[in-house]
Design a protein around this ligand. Sequence first.
Ligand code: FES
Length: 107
Amino acid sequence: MAVTEGRIAVGKVADFADNSMMPVEVAGREVLVVYQGGVFYALEDRCTHDNGILHDGELLEGAVKCGRHGAKFDLASGKPTLPAVKKIRLYDTQVEGGILYVKYQER
Ligand code: FES
């Protein structure tokens, strides 16, 4: 099966407020972009516990909390707290020319 990879421009860096979450679509996937402490993170926007929409949850220091049953996902590692047990998928981000890109790879 072919490997498809690339990057999608999701917006101007200057348009992201600190401590913000923004849902975007990247190659047909729901991705949540988080900007916190001068760092961009991108993770799957669906909770690994029972598909809660993470951008309906809460942004904490270094983590996103699912609004359904309270699982928290570490922004840097994707590690969950209960009731979720599976890591969230993370995407690489890239800033170039003042534009934020989210990179993806499908197999
Ligand atoms: S769906 Fe997210 S904690 Fe249950």
